[in-house]
Design a protein around this ligand. Structure first.
Ligand SMILES: [Zn+2]
Length: 275
């Protein structure tokens, strides 16, 4: 899942014209079970498959466990939380920061051309501090934390689980981080999946209410976990896996899968429990 921040052209810091738009990046080139395969002697049992849960350093243990429990319960797969925590690589973080600063520069009418990262950051932060709007405060809070490159983290999780992924009964990987992540020209993302390995970031889910954080993360776990069991993106309007247009949209979504997703899951897999 990808969140992209857009600024209305010509807007200034005092306006509240910033809109959030979420665009789903479905890079789930997964081990898709085709209907013809499913029509064989018997469908593969999801209860025999395992999804590995990989915590990045700093990810809250209780939230990592909740991601694992959510996926286990919703999809009937085995889950295994790996003990070894990964230290997130900062490779690509400087590029992420430059991208963020250049985006904000446009809004502040600062020309970023030819400026060092340090100089640009100084100018941007000074301009934002002068502006007391909620949007400026929000951007300052964003800039106060580093942003990691999602693809770098995905590849870290892939390398760390490469041996386990050779086992065909291991269906995929969900790595969890509290760090903010971005990719390409997208300002930030909630999660991403590439070839069976995913990373979920709950940085943007943070809230004073722990229940709200858990609820947002649970919906993301359902969505990401779905891709790992070959469920396509849900086009339904009332489903935990529906594409959200914003954080408020994420909050409005139900915390369970819709009937269409369940039906698709049953079509692809034998979801019955082992006897
Ligand atoms: Zn659905």
């Amino acid at each position: 899942m990808v969140c992209e921040i857009f600024f209305t052209p010509g807007s200034c810091m005092s306006s509240t014209s910033r809109t959030l738009s979420l665009a789903f990046l479905c890079m789930a080139s997964l081990f898709l079970i085709t209907p013809s395969q499913a029509q064989g002697k018997r469908k593969a049992k999801l209860a025999d498959r395992t999804i590995l849960i990989v915590p990045f350093k700093g990810a809250k243990k209780s939230l990592v466990k909740m991601v694992a429990d959510t996926i286990k319960k919703a999809y009937g797969v085995k889950v295994e939380v790996l003990e070894k925590k990964l230290t997130p690589s900062k490779k690509g973080s400087k590029e992420r920061r430059r991208f963020q600063l250049e985006n904000v520069s446009k809004m502040l009418r600062i020309n970023p051309a030819g400026q060092s990262l340090k100089a640009l950051e100084k100018k941007v932060v000074a301009a934002l501090k002068k502006n007391r709007s909620p949007v400026a405060r929000e951007i300052l809070a964003d800039l106060a934390r580093p942003q990691y490159d999602l693809d770098v983290l995905i590849e870290q999780a892939r390398t760390a689980t490469a041996e386990r992924m050779k086992d065909k009964m291991v269906r995929g990987v969900v790595a969890v981080t509290h760090h903010d992540v971005g990719r390409g020209d997208l300002n930030f993302l909630f999660a991403g999946v590439t070839k069976g390995v995913s990373v979920i970031s709950y940085a943007r889910f943070k809230d004073r209410s722990a229940a709200k954080v858990a609820s947002r993360l649970k919906k993301q776990a359902l969505s990401t976990g779905g891709y790992l069991v070959a469920l396509p993106q849900c086009k339904g309007k009332s489903c935990a896996r529906t594409y959200p247009g914003s954080i408020p949209d994420q909050d409005k979504k139900p915390s369970t899968m819709c009937k269409a997703c369940r039906a698709k899951l049953d079509e692809l897999w034998d979801t019955s429990k082992p006897k």
